[in-house]
Design a protein around this ligand. Sequence first.
Ligand SMILES: [Zn+2]
Length: 367
Amino acid sequence: MAFPQDRPRRMRRTEALRALVRETTLAPDDLVWPLFAVPGQRVRNAVKSMPGVFQLSVDELVAEAQAGYEAGVRSVILFGVPEKKDAAGTEAYADDGIIPRAVRALKQKVPGLVVMTDVCMCEYTDHGHCGILRPSRAGVPEEAWRRAQGQPDEAAPKRAGGSGGPHPPELMVDNDLTLPLLAREAVAHARAGADIVAPSDMMDGRVAAIRKGLDESGFSDVPILSYAAKFAGAFYGPFRDAAESAPREGAGIPKDRKGYQMDPANAREALREVALDVAEGADMVMVKPAVPYLDIVRMVRERYEIPVAAYHVSGEYAMIKAAAQAGWIDEARVVLETLLCIRRAGADFVLTYCARDAARLLTGGRR
Ligand SMILES: [Zn+2]
């Protein structure tokens, strides 16, 4: 007599049997390695909250990417820390900015590498927000607004909340002022040789603006990976040390990104965000963070045919590293299990600071 309930166990008897029926695979090709570019030469600043992660000058970054490539990681995504920051994030779209310089060096030294670039303003603005700030009119009566405009000394954004006029204006990110700058930034990256541009700013309409900018500049073959569902939350803390991009404290400056990133409580909204980005021309979409949001990854996977990425973010990485350093978990096994589970949820590829280590584990150092 057959006992169907025995069947799963029968299929787990040997490693070869388990491999035969395995539903999900994890390979170095599924991984994208985030790297941080900083000005200078031979700079290798350890990021304290992310053991094993460094801010790298372009020469060091090329060497790091080369080592990753040799381990099997064939894609990187670049974040830049500029020479200087200003309110308009000027270095973000400069042709000789830190990212175009890094891209050109990588394309020359590691030609087989897929180079993605993060497209955003927060690493380049002195206030640390993902777009241009302007005073908000919401909640300010018409007359008070006009008075504030006529009295720049009392109501100038810089002094907002200080000695102030009758209605010190709160600052907010100006979505539409930011769009053309993001397009210019993407074009600067493409001109340097970027294979994929990845807007992470969460401004409305940015995918369309970037697509148009790229097409008009002759880069219609550069795909867009949009950070479509990027949740505001606490998992990005260590990244902001690495990219030096935390919102600065100051009068009127929004203290967080909840005005444009998503509420962790919302899943259906994530689908609406993805729908918009797909309609605007995103070639691939990303969910970020990864592990706490695997339900979102799964929902997006089921609803869309385009490639889905998940970003295993700095806080997720830091927690694994901290527990491993304390001797509480087996780091290698936890890393591989984590990445495999992100794939199982439906991600085609995973952006992770564990990329090179995971690739070495997966190939058993055979490379
Ligand atoms: Zn940003």
